[in-house]
Design a protein around this ligand. Structure first.
Ligand code: PGA
Length: 253
C-alpha cells in the first residue's frame, strides 16, 4: 500500500485560494507511489471537484479529495449540515470523522462518530476516523484506554468495504508545534494495530493508520519510520504547496 500524505485544511481557504493551491500543486513532480488526500471545507467542495475533473493527470498523480465532516443522515431537515450523499455525487472519495476539534469544540460523541463512519461507508465515501488522547489523559496514563474506547465505539458494527483509515492524533500535538516522539507514535500505533485486529480479525490488513499532530517537513522523515505508520494527516503545513510538497519529499527520502 502506498504511503498517504493527507491535508486537513480546516476552516481555511476560499475558492480562489483553492484554485491557486491546486494549480500550483499539480504542476509539481509528484511521486506516483505516494497517495495524496485533501480534506477541504464544504464551501470549496464544488471548486475542488471542478479542478480535479479538469486535471487529466490526476489519476496518475494518485490524488483524491474529501470533506472534513459529514452528517450521518443522507438528506432531510438538518439545517447547516453536509450530506454524505451529495459529497459523493460531487466527486468526494473520503471524509474525516471525529476529528478532535469536532469532538472538543462541537461536542461530538463516540456514538455520533460511529453513526458518521457507518453513513460514510453506506454513501460510498471512505471514512478516516480520527482518535487521540488529551494531555490530561496522557498524564494520567489513560492513553491506551482512550484509544481503545474510541476505536471500539467508533467502529462498532462497521463493515469495511475496500479500505478504512484511522488517524492517530494526540490532541496535545495538534496545532501546538509539540510533536509526539517516534517512540510515542510507535507505541500508540502498535496498540491501535493490535486493537484493530481484535475488532476486525480477518480484515485488519485493509486499514491504514496515519499519524497527525504538527507534522512538518523537518520531522516527516523521522516520523514516517515509526512502526505501523502508513501515512500522515497534516493540518497547518498542508496549507502551502511548498511545505506540503516538502513533507512528501521527506517521506520519499
Ligand atoms: P496540525 O493539525 O498539523 O496543524 O497539528 C493536524 C490536524 O488537526 O489534523
Amino acid at each position: 500500500m502506498s504511503f498517504i500524505v493527507a491535508g486537513n485544511w480546516k476552516m481555511n481557504k476560499g475558492p480562489l485560494e483553492t484554485k491557486e493551491f491546486f494549480n500550483e500543486f499539480f504542476k509539481l513532480n509528484l511521486p506516483s507511489d505516494i497517495r495524496t488526500l485533501f480534506f477541504v471545507p464544504a464551501l470549496v467542495a464544488e471548486t475542488t471537484s471542478h479542478l480535479f475533473q479538469q486535471m487529466d493527470s490526476i489519476a496518475e498523480k494518485n490524488s483524491h479529495w474529501g470533506l472534513e465532516n459529514i452528517y450521518f443522515e443522507a438528506s432531510g431537515a438538518f439545517t447547516g449540515e453536509n450530506s454524505p450523499q451529495v459529497a459523493k455525487q460531487m466527486g468526494a472519495g473520503f471524509t474525516l470523522v471525529g476529528h478532535s476539534e469536532r469532538r472538543s469544540l462541537f461536542g461530538e460523541s463516540d456514538h455520533e462518530t460511529n453513526m458518521k463512519v457507518k453513513s460514510a461507508i453506506m454513501n460510498g465515501l471512505s471514512p478516516m476516523l480520527c482518535i487521540g488522547e488529551t494531555l490530561e489523559e496522557r498524564k494520567s496514563d489513560k492513553t491506551l484506554e482512550v484509544l481503545k474506547r474510541q476505536l471500539f465505539e467508533g467502529l462498532k458494527e462497521v463493515k469495511i468495504q475496500n479500505e478504512l483509515h484511522v488517524a492517530y492524533e494526540p490532541v496535545w500535538a495538534i496545532g501546538t508545534g509539540e510533536v509526539a516522539t517516534t517512540e510515542q507514535v510507535s507505541q500508540a500505533h502498535q496498540f491501535i494495530r493490535k486493537t484493530l485486529k481484535e475488532i476486525f480479525p480477518d480484515q485488519e490488513a485493509k486499514i491504514n493508520i496515519l499519524y497527525g499532530g504538527s507534522v512538518k517537513p523537518e520531522n516527516a522523515a523521522e516520523l514516517s519510520q515509526a512502526d505501523q505508520v502508513s501515512g500522515f494527516l497534516v493540518g497547518g503545513a498542508s496549507l502551502q504547496t511548498n511545505s506540503f510538497f516538502k513533507i512528501i519529499q521527506a517521506v520519499k527520502g
